[in-house]
Design a protein around this ligand. Sequence first.
Ligand SMILES: [Zn+2]
Ligand SMILES: [Zn+2]
Length: 260
Amino acid sequence: MNNSQFLSTSFFQSDIWLFSIYIIGTFEFVFWLCNSFLICIEIFDFPSIDKYRIQKHKKKLRFQPDLIQLMKKETIRHQISIIILTPLLYYILNYFGHLDIQGPRPSWLTIIYQLILFILSEDAIFFWTHYLLHTPWLYKTIHKKHHIYKQPTGVVSILSDPIEGLQNQLAVWFMPVLLKEKHIFTLCIWIAIRVYQTVNAHSGYNLPYVSTQYWVPWIMSGTLAHDFHHQHGKWNYGSFFNIWDRLMGTHRLSTNYKTN
Ligand SMILES: [Zn+2]
Ligand SMILES: [Zn+2]
């Protein structure tokens, strides 16, 4: 093997390369699997699914030409940014602890315990930073860009000002960075859960079984709450749970929406 072959082989087996491939791969797989389904619903308007549209008391606004253009542009920008920023994350995770890429996966007890910590930490950080983003100056300067979409669809979950993108990433990665021992397997499950949750929250449809609040509506935030947040530009600031919203008196759901 010559020197350049050796260097390229060792690069493709390196931890930073494998980390980037696993994290970006998991993100893209879950994101586009869910969004392909939602885009099909929009294009083909299946009546059996349209009855679950949350804002069916209003004219359908989604997929107007100017919004499509904006969504395409912002989605491409987001895709480029995750390719650039994911390798940086590898260094941050390793700086504050040890990130295991190629070792055996941890026990399921450790995985579940860590996932619970990730969810609770994300939920608290997301609520409070999102709450702050709704103060007049921050809303006008940063968060308004995400609220252009009064009737959101899945891809809207990643469309925001870059500073808000960082706020989202801070909530997602704060606890994984803080933990001493982390494994890529757990991080990939975490990314899959978080991406599914946020795409679902922006889907615009209260589909049975697939929405988190369908199972435990008294505690989960979910699609109905976040869609209401986009309709009115206030209330329901939480991500996974509605506990913080209930404590702060910001939990509201539409009285217009009737479940089928
Ligand atoms: Zn949103
Ligand atoms: Zn908001």
